[in-house]
Design a protein. Structure first.
Length: 264
C-alpha cells in the first residue's frame, strides 16, 4: 500500500505576471536578514527539475507593482526529489530592511522538466516561463536578526499529467517558519520493508520514505504530539506500526531510534 503526499498549502498560492517592479536590497548595517530553504516530499517520479531564476519578497504598505525586494537573482536548477528526508537547498540568503512583509515570489524559468520511468518530459509552466509563483506569508524582519523559512514543495500534487501526456506545473507549497519547526527522525528495519512514514497535524499530512539504510526524517512539524505511522511497501509480509504520542519541540529533532517491523 502506497501513501501519497497530502500536504496542505499554508498561505495562498496564485500565479502572476512577473512584470512588477523589483528593488535591490540596500546595504545597511541595521538590516535584518532572511534565509529560504527549499525541501520536498517523496514522489513516484524519477526526477523533477525546477529552474528558479529569481526569488523576491513584498513589503507591507506597498502596492501590488512596487515594494518587491530581490532575495536571489542567480538562476538555479533544483531536483526536488533530492530534497527529501531532511535534505534542503538554499533559495536565498541575504540582508533585508526591517519591517513587515506579506508575500514571497518565485520566478520559474525555462528548462524545467520531469523524468518519469526513465523518460524526460518538458514541464509546462502556466502562462509561460516568465510566470511568478506568489506565496502569501506574513512575517516581520527585525534589525540584526535572522528569519528562516522552509518552502515545502508537494510534487505529487504539483505535477499534473494531462490526457495528451503533457506534464504541467500547478504548485502546491507549504510554508513553515523554522523557529517554530521541529522534526522526527529514526530508522526502520528490516531494510526490505521500504516503508512509507507519515504523520498528521490538523489537516496536514506530512510523508516521507526511508533511505537505503532505513533512516527517515519528517521535517517542518509544529511543536506538539504526533502519531507516527509506518506502512511497509509489502503489507502482506510486514505489519503496519503506529508510534503514538511522539513529542516534537520547536527547533529540535526528536529521534525515535530503531523500529523493527514485525513479520506477519
Amino acid at each position: 500500500m502506497k501513501i501519497r503526499v497530502l500536504s496542505v498549502i499554508i498561505g495562498f498560492l496564485v500565479l502572476v505576471s512577473c512584470s512588477d517592479q523589483t528593488t535591490n536590497i540596500p546595504a545597511d548595517e541595521q538590516n535584518g536578514s532572511i534565509k529560504l530553504y527549499l525541501v520536498d516530499s517523496p514522489s513516484q517520479l524519477d526526477s523533477v527539475i525546477i529552474c528558479v531564476t529569481r526569488v523576491e519578497v513584498h513589503k507591507s504598505g506597498s502596492d501590488s507593482t512596487s515594494g518587491w525586494f530581490i532575495i536571489n537573482d542567480s538562476t538555479g536548477y533544483f531536483d526536488l526529489l533530492l530534497l527529501t528526508n531532511g535534505a534542503s537547498a538554499v533559495l536565498g540568503d541575504t540582508s533585508l530592511t526591517p519591517g513587515k512583509y506579506t508575500q514571497i515570489r518565485l520566478i520559474i524559468g525555462e528548462g524545467s522538466y520531469v523524468i518519469d520511468q526513465g523518460v524526460k518530459h518538458d514541464l509546462e509552466i502556466p502562462s509561460g516561463s516568465q510566470t511568478g509563483l506568489k506565496l502569501t506569508h506574513q512575517f516581520t524582519i527585525e534589525s540584526g536578526k535572522l528569519y528562516e523559512l522552509i518552502l515545502d514543495f508537494n510534487v505529487d500534487k504539483s505535477i499534473i499529467i494531462t490526457g495528451n501526456g503533457k506534464y504541467k506545473l500547478k504548485p502546491t507549497i507549504r510554508v513553515m517558519p523554522m523557529v517554530i519547526s521541529g522534526s522526527i527522525s529514526g530508522q526502520v528495519l528490516p531494510l526490505d520493508a521500504q516503508p512509507t512514514i507519515w504523520t498528521v497535524y490538523g489537516t496536514d499530512t506530512i510523508t516521507t520514505y526511508t533511505d537505503l539504510q532505513g533512516f527517515f526524517k519528517l521535517i517542518a512539524l509544529y511543536q506538539g504530539s504526533y502519531d507516527v505511522n509506518i506502512i511497509p511497501a509489502d503489507t502482506m509480509m510486514y505489519r503496519d506500526t503506529v508510534l503514538t504520542n511522539v513529542q516534537v519541540v520547536a527547533n529540535q529533532e526528536t529521534d525515535i531510534g530503531t523500529v523493527m517491523l514485525q513479520p506477519k
